[in-house]
Design a protein around this ligand. Structure first.
Ligand code: ADP
Length: 359
C-alpha cells in the first residue's frame, strides 16, 4: 500500500487541448479518493496518467516514495478496473483472474491461492469455470474486481466501473466496493460523474471542473461548505437553489424584500455587494404565516418521490425547489411560509462564483 501524490500535474493532448491544468493533491495510504465532475472535466485523463496509460505533460505523479512519470504501467504496482470490464471473452473466469499473475511468472500454487481467495471475497466461486458471456453484468464487474484484487497492488484505479449496470445493481455494487476497499485497505482512486457515488464512496472527494480542482475535502464538508457555485450545484440532488441577492449588512443578505441571516458570510463586504444566495431544497422549513424571518413560497406543482416530495414554485418571487418529507407540507399549491437556518444559508460572489465564507 502507498500514498499517491500528484504535484502540479498537467496534460496537453496533441492538438493543444489542455485537459488537466495543474492539479495538486495527495491520497493517504489506504484512502479512498473519488474524482468527480461533469463529462470532459479531465478526471479520466488524470486517472490514466496515474495508471501510465497517458503520458504526463507536466508535474509529477508519485506512488509511495517513487516518482512514476517515466515508469511503465505494468511496473507501477497498480490495478485498474474499467467501465467495460475488459475481460477476455474466450477465457474462463478463473483464467481471467489468473492471467496477469501467470504473465508475471507467479508460482501456480500462489496463483490458485489468490484466485480462490478473491473469488471467496467476491462470492464468485460458483462461476470460476464459466466464460464472461455466461455471467450477468454485476458478476462480470466482480470478476473485473477479482482480477485487480489478485494482483495485491499498492493502488486500485477505478474508471467509472458501475456505469454499465442498472440502477439497482449500481447501488448494490457501490456498497460492495466500499466494503471491499475498507477490508483490503488498498489506496484507491475512483472516477465518476455521479455525485451520489462520489459522496457515498469517498473519504476524500476531489471535485473537478474544466481541467482544474474546484474543491477537495471529506464529502460532508464539501456538501456543507461548497467552495464555489459550481460545487454547490454539482454536489447534492436536487441541486442547491441559487437566488440573486445583495449584502445587507454583516451576516445579512437581502433576497428581494426579504432579509436572511447568513452565519458564514464574510463580514467585510460592503452593503450592496451583489451575491448569489444558495439554499438547499431540504434546508427550508415550513412555518406559520407571519413568523419572524419567514419568506413566502408560492407552490406551483408537486413531484412525488415516495418518502419525500419536491415542491416547485417561487420563493420571494424567484424560481425555487423545496424538498420535504411526504405529508409534512400538506398542500399541493398556493402560498406557504418558510424559514432557513442561518447556518445553512450559502453566499457566493455574483461574478466569480466563489463562496464568501469566513474561512
Ligand atoms: P472526463 O473523464 O472528465 O469526461 P476526459 O479526461 O476524458 O474527461 O477529457 C478531458 C478533455 O480532454 C476533454 O475535452 C476531451 O475531449 C479531451 N481529450 C480526452 N482524450 C483526448 C485525446 N486522446 N486527444 C485529445 N483530446 C482528448
Amino acid at each position: 500500500m502507498a500514498q499517491v501524490t500528484l504535484t502540479n500535474v498537467r496534460k496537453v493532448y496533441a492538438g493543444g487541448v489542455e485537459a488537466v491544468k495543474g492539479v495538486t493533491f495527495d491520497i493517504p495510504d489506504g484512502g479512498f479518493c473519488v474524482l468527480v465532475g461533469p463529462s470532459g472535466c479531465g478526471k479520466s485523463t488524470l486517472l490514466r496518467m496515474v495508471a501510465g496509460l497517458e503520458t504526463i505533460s507536466g508535474g509529477q505523479v508519485a506512488i509511495g516514495d517513487r516518482v512514476v512519470n517515466q515508469i511503465e504501467p505494468a511496473d507501477r504496482d497498480i490495478a485498474m478496473v474499467f467501465q467495460n470490464y475488459a475481460l477476455y471473452p474466450h477465457m474462463s473466469v478463473y483464467d481471467n483472474m489468473a492471467y496477469g499473475l501467470r504473465n508475471r511468472g507467479t508460482p501456480k500454487d500462489e496463483i490458485d491461492r489468490r484466485v480462490q481467495e478473491a473469488a471467496r471475497i467476491l462470492a464468485i466461486e460458483p462461476f470460476l469455470q464459466r466464460r464472461p458471456r455466461q455471467l450477468s453484468g454485476g458478476q462480470r464487474q466482480r470478476v473485473a474486481m477479482g482480477r485487480a484484487i489478485v494482483r495485491k497492488p499498492q493502488v486500485f484505479l477505478f474508471d467509472e466501473p458501475l456505469s454499465n449496470l442498472d440502477a439497482k445493481l449500481r447501488v448494490q455494487m457501490r456498497v460492495e466496493i466500499k466494503k471491499l476497499q475498507r477490508t483490503l485497505g488498498v489506496t484507491s482512486i475512483y472516477v465518476t460523474h455521479d455525485q451520489v457515488e462520489a459522496m457515498t464512496l469517498s473519504d476524500k472527494l476531489v471535485v473537478m471542473n474544466g481541467g482544474q480542482v474546484e474543491q477537495i475535502g471529506v464529502p460532508a464538508d464539501v456538501y456543507r461548505k461548497p467552495a464555489s457555485r459550481f460545487v454547490a450545484t454539482f454536489i447534492g440532488s436536487p441541486p442547491m437553489n441559487l437566488l440573486p441577492g445583495l449584502v445587507d449588512g454583516p451576516g445579512i443578505v437581502a433576497l428581494g424584500d426579504a432579509i436572511l441571516q447568513a452565519r458564514d458570510l464574510r463580514e467585510d463586504l460592503p452593503a450592496g455587494t451583489a451575491v448569489e444566495i444558495g439554499l438547499r431544497p431540504e434546508d427550508v422549513e415550513l412555518v406559520s404565516e407571519g413568523e419572524a424571518g419567514s419568506l413566502p413560497f408560492d407552490i406551483e406543482f408537486v413531484e412525488e418521490l415516495g418518502a419525500t416530495q419536491l415542491f416547485h414554485g417561487r420563493l420571494a418571487g424567484k424560481p425555487f425547489v423545496m424538498q420535504a418529507a411526504t405529508g409534512e407540507v400538506g398542500v399541493q399549491g398556493g402560498r406557504v411560509w418558510v424559514t432557513v437556518d442561518a447556518e445553512r444559508v450559502h453566499v457566493f460572489d455574483a461574478e466569480s462564483g466563489l463562496r464568501l465564507g469566513r474561512d
